[in-house]
Unconditional design. Structure first.
Length: 148
Protein backbone atom coordinates (compact mmCIF):
# COMPACT_ATOMS: atom_id res chain seq x y z
CA UNK A 1 0.00 0.00 0.00
CA UNK A 2 1.42 3.39 -0.95
CA UNK A 3 1.02 6.65 0.93
CA UNK A 4 1.44 9.39 -1.70
CA UNK A 5 -0.03 12.12 0.46
CA UNK A 6 2.25 11.32 3.37
CA UNK A 7 5.34 11.07 1.18
CA UNK A 8 4.59 14.25 -0.71
CA UNK A 9 3.84 16.13 2.51
CA UNK A 10 7.19 15.07 3.96
CA UNK A 11 8.93 16.09 0.75
CA UNK A 12 7.14 19.44 0.80
CA UNK A 13 8.06 20.00 4.45
CA UNK A 14 11.72 19.19 3.81
CA UNK A 15 11.74 21.47 0.76
CA UNK A 16 10.32 24.34 2.78
CA UNK A 17 12.59 23.79 5.77
CA UNK A 18 15.74 23.71 3.64
CA UNK A 19 14.86 26.45 1.16
CA UNK A 20 16.63 29.78 1.06
CA UNK A 21 14.55 32.92 1.73
CA UNK A 22 14.44 33.69 -2.00
CA UNK A 23 13.36 30.13 -2.81
CA UNK A 24 10.57 30.43 -0.22
CA UNK A 25 9.31 33.54 -2.01
CA UNK A 26 9.42 31.61 -5.30
CA UNK A 27 7.38 28.82 -3.73
CA UNK A 28 4.82 31.33 -2.46
CA UNK A 29 4.43 32.89 -5.91
CA UNK A 30 4.09 29.43 -7.46
CA UNK A 31 1.39 28.55 -4.94
CA UNK A 32 -0.58 31.75 -5.54
CA UNK A 33 -0.41 31.23 -9.31
CA UNK A 34 -1.47 27.59 -8.95
CA UNK A 35 -4.50 28.57 -6.84
CA UNK A 36 -5.48 31.33 -9.27
CA UNK A 37 -5.26 28.89 -12.19
CA UNK A 38 -7.48 26.53 -10.21
CA UNK A 39 -10.13 29.26 -10.03
CA UNK A 40 -10.48 29.07 -13.82
CA UNK A 41 -11.29 25.37 -13.58
CA UNK A 42 -13.57 25.93 -10.60
CA UNK A 43 -15.57 28.64 -12.39
CA UNK A 44 -15.86 26.60 -15.60
CA UNK A 45 -17.08 23.63 -13.50
CA UNK A 46 -19.46 25.92 -11.61
CA UNK A 47 -17.90 24.73 -8.36
CA UNK A 48 -18.21 28.01 -6.52
CA UNK A 49 -17.36 26.60 -3.09
CA UNK A 50 -14.06 25.32 -4.47
CA UNK A 51 -13.53 28.64 -6.29
CA UNK A 52 -13.88 30.45 -2.99
CA UNK A 53 -11.26 28.18 -1.42
CA UNK A 54 -8.86 28.74 -4.30
CA UNK A 55 -9.34 32.50 -4.12
CA UNK A 56 -8.92 32.51 -0.34
CA UNK A 57 -5.67 30.56 -0.58
CA UNK A 58 -4.23 32.80 -3.30
CA UNK A 59 -5.18 35.95 -1.39
CA UNK A 60 -3.71 34.55 1.84
CA UNK A 61 -0.38 34.01 0.09
CA UNK A 62 -0.36 37.48 -1.41
CA UNK A 63 -1.30 39.02 1.95
CA UNK A 64 1.55 37.08 3.56
CA UNK A 65 3.98 38.40 0.97
CA UNK A 66 2.63 41.91 1.49
CA UNK A 67 2.78 41.59 5.27
CA UNK A 68 6.44 40.60 5.21
CA UNK A 69 7.54 43.67 3.26
CA UNK A 70 9.91 45.88 5.23
CA UNK A 71 8.72 49.31 4.18
CA UNK A 72 11.35 51.03 6.36
CA UNK A 73 14.36 49.24 4.84
CA UNK A 74 12.91 48.28 1.46
CA UNK A 75 12.58 51.80 0.12
CA UNK A 76 10.86 52.39 -3.19
CA UNK A 77 10.90 48.73 -4.16
CA UNK A 78 8.97 47.73 -1.03
CA UNK A 79 6.42 50.52 -1.54
CA UNK A 80 5.97 49.55 -5.19
CA UNK A 81 5.50 45.90 -4.26
CA UNK A 82 3.02 46.90 -1.56
CA UNK A 83 0.94 48.82 -4.09
CA UNK A 84 1.23 46.00 -6.63
CA UNK A 85 0.10 43.39 -4.09
CA UNK A 86 -2.87 45.61 -3.21
CA UNK A 87 -3.75 45.92 -6.90
CA UNK A 88 -3.39 42.16 -7.50
CA UNK A 89 -5.61 41.43 -4.51
CA UNK A 90 -8.25 43.86 -5.79
CA UNK A 91 -8.19 42.18 -9.23
CA UNK A 92 -8.64 38.79 -7.58
CA UNK A 93 -11.60 40.01 -5.52
CA UNK A 94 -13.08 41.67 -8.60
CA UNK A 95 -12.64 38.48 -10.62
CA UNK A 96 -14.19 36.44 -7.86
CA UNK A 97 -17.21 38.70 -7.46
CA UNK A 98 -17.88 38.99 -11.21
CA UNK A 99 -16.59 35.53 -12.23
CA UNK A 100 -14.24 37.44 -14.52
CA UNK A 101 -11.54 35.10 -15.80
CA UNK A 102 -9.64 38.06 -17.34
CA UNK A 103 -9.13 39.58 -13.89
CA UNK A 104 -7.60 36.32 -12.67
CA UNK A 105 -5.42 36.13 -15.77
CA UNK A 106 -4.14 39.65 -15.14
CA UNK A 107 -3.26 38.72 -11.57
CA UNK A 108 -1.52 35.56 -12.81
CA UNK A 109 0.50 37.56 -15.38
CA UNK A 110 1.64 40.06 -12.76
CA UNK A 111 2.60 37.30 -10.33
CA UNK A 112 4.39 35.40 -13.10
CA UNK A 113 6.50 38.47 -13.87
CA UNK A 114 7.42 38.80 -10.20
CA UNK A 115 8.08 35.07 -10.01
CA UNK A 116 10.60 35.20 -12.85
CA UNK A 117 12.60 37.87 -11.03
CA UNK A 118 12.58 35.99 -7.74
CA UNK A 119 13.40 32.73 -9.51
CA UNK A 120 16.53 34.37 -10.92
CA UNK A 121 17.49 35.66 -7.47
CA UNK A 122 16.99 32.19 -5.96
CA UNK A 123 19.05 30.59 -8.75
CA UNK A 124 21.93 32.99 -8.19
CA UNK A 125 21.68 32.48 -4.45
CA UNK A 126 21.92 28.71 -4.93
CA UNK A 127 24.88 29.04 -7.28
CA UNK A 128 26.74 31.00 -4.61
CA UNK A 129 26.13 28.26 -2.05
CA UNK A 130 27.45 25.47 -4.31
CA UNK A 131 31.21 25.33 -4.90
CA UNK A 132 32.09 26.73 -8.32
CA UNK A 133 34.12 23.65 -9.34
CA UNK A 134 31.09 21.40 -8.78
CA UNK A 135 28.93 23.65 -10.96
CA UNK A 136 31.58 23.73 -13.67
CA UNK A 137 31.93 19.93 -13.69
CA UNK A 138 28.16 19.49 -13.76
CA UNK A 139 27.80 21.98 -16.62
CA UNK A 140 30.54 20.14 -18.52
CA UNK A 141 28.72 16.85 -18.04
CA UNK A 142 31.26 15.45 -15.60
CA UNK A 143 30.38 13.27 -12.68
CA UNK A 144 29.94 14.86 -9.34
CA UNK A 145 31.76 13.02 -6.62
CA UNK A 146 31.33 14.12 -3.07
CA UNK A 147 33.86 12.90 -0.53
CA UNK A 148 33.29 12.86 3.18
Amino acid sequence: MSYPTYGSSIYKEISINTASPAKLVVMLYEGAIRFLRQTDTDIRNKDFAKKSQSVDRAVAIIQHLQGTLDLDKGGTVAFDLDRLYTYITSRIFDGSAKLDLKAFEEAIQLLTTLLSGWDEIARKEQEKSVPADLLARQAAGGRLELHA
